[in-house]
Design a protein around this ligand. Sequence first.
Ligand code: AMP
Ligand code: FE
Ligand code: FE
Ligand code: ZN
Length: 285
Amino acid sequence: MDLIDLHVHTTASDGTMSPEQVVKLAKQIGLKAIAITDHDTTKGLKEAALAGDKYNIEVIPGCELSVEYPKGQMHIVGLFLPIKPKHLNSELEYLRNKRHSRNKDIIKKLNQAGVNISYEDVLDIVEPGASVGRPHIARVLVKKGVVKDIKEAFSRYIGPDGIAYVPKTKFTPQKAISILKKEGAIVILAHPFSLNLDFDELRQEIKNLKLMGLDGMEVYYSEHNPYQIQGYLKLCNEMDLLVSGGSDFHGTVKKDISLGTGKGNLKIPYILLDTMKKYRQNRGL
Ligand code: AMP
Ligand code: FE
Ligand code: FE
Ligand code: ZN
């Protein structure tokens, strides 16, 4: 069976492998296609597309946005973006600028807690122009020996229960979906487990999101158990949603998640991508 991975991060945001390295790895492990879905940026898409040509593997351009959702974490993935989506890029630039001020606030709180770290230390490990996130700060905290690993950085300092937590500026689901749609993307609800809803509540939420333009849901995901996968598949059938799947690979910043296979058992069939392409054709995209 031909396999794919439609949720992958690179050094354009908080992953630790460059777009070219990720594409090369995907080819090496035998995947037929991957989507690059960095947080709040399309910066890695050109390099990834070139690497796709070089290594002869299909690369789908995408991105991932966190959106306002009080009950849990809602993330939206856009797939089949143009390599340089002009309108979207200016919206994303706004989000990345907000990230900078948030990161500085996090550093301030860390300093107040007696942790010796500067924003320059963080920017030192970031690709120029990349989308800077908490995983970068976590890596510096590990490097400086403040914490033993990334997990401790989040639990003690920068996660929601940490002493240096600062919330992120997010668009509403409506806004995120509409700016992605404007670029001709198909819009996927990422890792639905993180909404913290039961299946009936999720059905209601999806009804809302469909009215805004949602096209599909990430059913296959590193953190989804077989019971969840079955339930999400059923919902997709029932509600006429595209089925997507991805590992959320981040490289060494999430050591337990491998490209393509997630925590070991993930298998995402190529046919999902074929179905997406037909869906786009039918809509003249
Ligand atoms: P940010 O977008 O800056 O708020 O950072 C969110 C990112 O941090 C997520 O996309 C994950 O990559 C990562 N993350 C969140 N919580 C953890 C955690 N407990 N351990 C490792 N990485 C995490
Ligand atoms: Fe991330
Ligand atoms: Fe996510
Ligand atoms: Zn992700």
